[in-house]
Design a protein around this ligand. Structure first.
Ligand SMILES: [Zn+2]
Length: 284
């Protein structure tokens, strides 16, 4: 044992001595062209970390309502990976769509069905059971979110499907925000109601959050969707910050995005991923 320690110490000294003698005998000769002198500024990489992050001027596009095998699913997944895919958890193709989206580089959201003001929008009696409603207990809401996340594997966040009633309910919103924080996922307020408090509550709780600026395909016509995308890039330029917009998995929307992207670049903006846009934002 003592011998081993002694040998170890000797080896250590030998190595150190070699290094020391290397340093003293052959100091590295700096090239006069590249060596920084003390008077020169720090290399650019160090300067960047000292400055606040630049606002990400671009569009983050979320496409909602995957999970039901909608026409346009395959084409949508061929869009650039910056486009985010929001998957309804109770649809028959939910897990398949989430996995396919992730495999092609997209970020995925759990598209959380939340109670709208108009109960008719929730569909059939069976369809209504999918929605998180204001009469559920805190525990029921949490369990539902956890269950739904299992159907949308790899989701980095959630955004609301419908929810014009639920997103104005302080208790329900708080439960969602707390659950999202605990699970470490992003919250995106789809803003299906001007009275929604989801985004505000999420920011107040210190969660990573964003909100929809506008829906791009309320009218599903190529020229109309492109006009909304143009409007969104105008908002981004005017505000000097990134903007989140929401469309749906639909062939017209997919085609409009494809045709609009070169225009976006010509305007000096770019398509950005949701997580990148949100992490570049000031939260709090
Ligand atoms: Zn939806």
């Amino acid at each position: 044992m003592a011998v081993a320690i002694l040998l170890g110490a000797l080896a250590f000294n030998v190595v150190m001595g070699r290094n020391a003698s290397y340093r003293s005998k052959s100091p590295p000769v700096p090239s006069p062209l590249t060596a920084p002198s003390p008077a020169q500024p720090l290399p650019p990489s160090r300067n960047i970390t000292l400055q606040p992050p630049k606002p990400t001027l671009g569009l983050a596009i979320i496409l909602d309502d995957f999970g039901w095998g909608a026409e346009g699913t395959a084409a949508a997944l061929k869009l650039p990976p910056e486009v985010t895919v929001a998957v309804l958890p109770t649809g028959p193709t939910a897990s398949r769509d989430a996995n396919a989206a992730i495999a092609s580089g997209h970020e995925v959201l759990l598209h959380l069905p939340l109670e709208p003001v108009s109960k008719d929008k929730m569909g059939s009696e069976k369809g209504r059971e999918d929605f998180i409603t204001t009469d559920m207990s805190d525990q029921e809401i949490e369990e539902r979110i956890q269950m739904y996340l299992k159907s949308v594997p790899g989701a980095i966040g959630l955004n609301n499907h419908m929810g014009s009633k639920a997103t104005t309910d302080p208790r329900l919103v708080q439960v969602i925000v707390k659950a999202a924080e605990r699970l470490g996922i992003i919250v995106v307020d789809s803003r299906t109601s001007p009275k929604s408090i989801l985004y505000r509550y999420a920011l107040q709780a210190g969660a990573r959050a964003g909100q929809n600026e506008l829906f791009i395909d309320n009218v599903k016509r190529l020229d109309q969707v492109k006009a909304r995308l143009r409007e969104a890039s105008g908002i981004a330029r005017k505000k000097g910050k990134g903007v989140i917009v929401i469309g749906h998995v639909h062939p017209v929307t997919v085609q409009a995005i494809k045709e609009f992207l070169p225009e976006l670049e010509r305007d000096g903006l770019r398509l950005v991923s949701l997580s990148r846009l949100i992490s570049g934002k000031k939260v709090g």
